[in-house]
Design a protein. Sequence first.
Length: 381
Amino acid sequence: MRFKEFKLYYQPTVLTEGYTKGDLAETVWGAAVTAAFAKYPNAADINDVIHVIKNLDSSLTYRDSRDDGMKSEITGILKDANNQVKSAGLQLKEIFANGIADTISIGAEGGADQKGTKVDVSIVHTDTAGNREVKRLGYSLKTDTAGSGVMPVSQHPGVNKGSGGQVEFFADIGVLDDIDDASLDAYNELDAKLRNLVNKNSSNGRIEKEYEKELRAIRRENEGVQAFNKNIVKAAEQINTQIEKDGEEAAFLSSIVKFLKKHINKDEEDIKLLTFDKNGAYTTTVQEFEKNVRNLTLKAIADTKKSELRIMAVYKDGGSDLIFKMRFVCSGGRFSGSTYRKSLKKKSVKDGKEQASGYELLRYKMYVETGPGYKKSAQIG
């Protein structure tokens, strides 16, 4: 079920601005999970998935009952479901045996929060003895970036505003020496400078091109990027030195497993990363990667042009694959027509108490993204 097919079968006019390919992939997958539960023990097919999608209401909720009384619900957004249901460890025959309409829910947060996009498949079940229990399986759903094989799995603040920063981020991978945070004062100063430029030079939802260029020039040389680039150079040196020492290599391998457990699993066990790329869907786990990581030869690369630290798997034939990378992004700090329109909706603006400028808040973000090397070592099933 491809994105274009989803658009064909679910009216595009319903999809408002802000929906991402990840949201759509999750919707299709959730519809397939729902269809798989509804058709069990028979396998659901594409027509069953389309049936669920076409019957989603305005809140993307589907409700139906099987002939045997089983009630299915999909709440939110979530493909490739028959195998997932069979391998879920949910003891479906036992669940169906009670003769009671159990509730099955599939929930997701979509692209709204990469800090916690865990997806729950849960069944509120009453066993044959009358005892009520909740059976749950966690997924984190991700989509590939522009067919590149790179999957964003989490994001974190790039400046410490009370919720972490670069020192904490690099400590997660075991790099503790000589790492500096981006300055919060420098961030606030830059944000104020950019905001002032927009406020002074925009009107009626527009800003002149010369001021757009000035905004970009000011934002380009910011302290957040500079700090991160210095940190990744230091980190790559420390990591590669550690990898070359037999006594310390094992420690680093353990560090990257801990890093991925924190940034993919959110420190929860049994999370499966269900990923969509141009070839379809596949499932990986950090636990499977942990089994295979000691067979890998690793190398760290600091790319200051792209502001990213890459952890690579290096092969005997000279080839290599990205396992994961840590990437810094500066966004916002500019004029946005959509921000201007949204700000006009504020009651304070309507009352004439506030001037809508269309300034988009400056943001520093650090991303963790897995690559083909991770897929090779972590894929299951």
